[in-house]
Design a binder for this molecule. Structure first.
Ligand SMILES: Nc1ncnc2c1ncn2[C@@H]1O[C@H](COP(=O)(O)OP(=O)(O)OP(=O)(O)O)[C@@H](O)[C@H]1O
Ligand SMILES: [Mg+2]
Length: 283
């Protein structure tokens, strides 16, 4: 169905329209939200992403799989503007991430432009990176107040709703160090959603957790995936979870998309030997 350089077309789903829980605005499914065009990223002499092309449609949940070092985290870090591509362009909701148009030409984006576009993207990392000196509630209100300019009351109301969504209403007044790893990760999810990003990036968010805490975090994410219209790009080794939430699974190797498709097909009848080999190590 695809050669490695093809652009994945995330499959149409027959879902009823999702409630608008994650995004600030409701967007029509089917429009393109994230696009990588010919993106190359090198570290020194090593080419980590090699003329990568793919896109993700609004409201879809895409899982990135592939061996260690295949460039999955690099893709998410590029989207967070923690890295910049050496070649190629990335757009989110039609806006260039690293470039802006001046006099009809694409030039390197200024900091203000990058800051604005970055608001469309939220990320949850493997290590939760909470503010250790702030209680749960303030961890979630801090960026909406300081970055989005919400009033404190609005931010608190939004935060309380999200903290309830992740099942932590009892813990508003605790510091991160007083919570389990799974609870801290759920705060990190609420904190990312509080910015109402259009795209939520999840990078192996359960891999630092004790096994008994993994299910609770995955349940929260399943709930968010099934009850909101937020677009998700997710790197995970939890293949059962990937099967449950994904519209599309993309297999990467050596900085290229090897193949992509709906999870049932990818997990049961992958077309490429490289995908079969990889899945035999994780399924
Ligand atoms: N800041 C950096 N400097 C140099 N090399 C880097 C840097 N970040 C990543 N790399 C290299 O880029 C390649 C891709 O890394 P990346 O973290 O994207 O892989 P990954 O697919 O997320 O792997 P894993 O499944 O182990 O998390 C690796 O070879 C890695 O060593
Ligand atoms: Mg990684």
């Amino acid at each position: 169905m695809s050669s490695p350089a093809d652009t994945p077309q995330t499959p149409e789903t027959t879902d009823s329209p999702r409630e608008n829980g994650g995004n600030g605005e409701s967007r029509a499914n089917g429009s393109e939200l994230v696009r990588f065009t010919n993106v190359t990223k090198r570290f020194g002499d090593v080419t980590v992403l090699d003329r990568l092309d793919f896109h993700v449609e609004t409201g879809k949940h895409v899982t990135l799989i592939g061996p260690s070092g295949s460039g999955k985290t690099t893709i998410l870090r590029l989207l967070m503007t923690l890295l910049t591509p050496d070649e190629g362009t990335i757009t989110v909701d039609g806006d260039h991430l690293n470039h802006e148009e001046r006099d009809g030409k694409l030039v390197k984006a200024g900091e203000k432009h990058v800051r604005e576009v970055r608001k469309k993207i939220g990320m949850v990392f493997q290590q939760f990176n909470l503010f250790p000196n702030m209680k749960v509630l303030r961890n979630v209100t801090e960026a909406p107040v300081h970055v989005l300019g919400l009033s404190k009351d609005e931010a608190v109301e939004r935060a309380k709703g999200l903290i309830e969504l992740v099942g932590l209403s009892e813990h508003l007044d605790k510091y991160p160090s007083q919570l389990s790893g799974g609870q801290q990760q759920r705060v990190a999810i609420a904190r990312a959603l509080a910015m109402r990003p259009q795209v939520l990036l999840l990078d192996e968010v359960t891999s630092a957790l004790d096994p008994e805490l993994v299910a609770g975090v995955l349940d929260v994410l399943r709930d968010i995936a099934h009850t909101t219209d937020i677009t998700m790009l997710c790197v995970t080794h939890e293949m059962g979870f990937a099967r449950d939430i994904s519209d599309c699974v993309m297999m990467f190797d050596q900085g290229r998309v090897v193949e992509f498709g709906p999870p049932d097909k990818m997990f049961s009848e992958p077309e490429h030997e490289r995908t079969r080999e990889f899945l035999s190590t994780v399924l």
